[in-house]
Design a protein around this ligand. Structure first.
Ligand code: SF4
Length: 207
């Protein structure tokens, strides 16, 4: 596992969050919007969204139809606008418009699960967080980094617990980024490009 991670470190030396943001609130919003779509697409709508609603209170008081128009290219725009307004209102009421810095507080917000909370903790606050998305699940399963690799529907919380137990907290966020980058670039869902993968020598799923 650690030798394979050393290879991933060399392969992706400067991993970064693919979502564009300048503040914790912007990252929280962008992450919530990224459900069922790509980060690249989210980045096409957030400049207008952030410029139109610069802070939490602006968004909390927004006309839902105006928000829907801006985020329409993402799909599910009606539900996503509703989620965003509910999130902003709750943040404003309970946290004075500031994004909280703990897992418990973040996941107490509507529409915020552990994955989103870990993205915000790790990337906006530099508090160790290990977001588990579909790429992380797939790549850690193929590499047999986790014991439940046979399961068709693995439990992301169990994966988070098992993988983070093997790495120091300061590595968690970059580790997640690198697994995601590898899943996007080489270890594709349908047809992994094992011929181009520098992990093929040790990966049990290589073919
Ligand atoms: S060898 Fe193939 S299955 Fe294993 S990590 Fe690389 S691309 Fe994925």
């Amino acid at each position: 596992m650690h030798a394979e991670y050393a290879i991933l470190r060399d392969l992706y030396p400067k991993p970064e969050c693919a979502l564009h943001f300048e503040t914790p609130l912007q990252l929280l919003i962008a992450t919530v919007l990224s459900a069922q779509t790509t980060d690249r697409r989210v980045n096409t709508v957030t400049p207008e969204l952030f410029a139109t609603y610069p802070d939490c209170r602006d968004l909390a008081a927004a006309n839902p139809e105006d928000v829907e128009r801006i985020i329409r290219p993402l799909g599910f725009y009606h539900a996503k606008a509703k989620h965003l307004l509910g999130l902003a209102q709750e943040l404003d009421t309970r946290f004075g418009g500031e994004v909280p810095r703990t897992m418990d507080e973040l996941t107490s917000l509507p529409g915020v699960g552990r994955k989103t909370a870990n993205v915000v903790l790790g990337n906006a606050f530099h508090i160790p967080g290990f977001p588990v998305d579909t790429h992380v699940m797939r790549v850690t399963g193929r590499l047999r980094w986790r014991s439940d690799w046979r399961r068709a529907n693995p439990n992301p919380v169990a994966i988070e617990r098992e993988i983070t137990a093997c790495f120091p907290p300061e590595q968690w966020t970059d580790l997640s980024h690198r697994l995601i980058l590898h899943g996007r670039a080489i270890c594709h869902a349908r047809k992994p490009d094992c011929g181009e993968c520098p992990l093929a020598g040790t990966c049990p799923s290589a073919h």
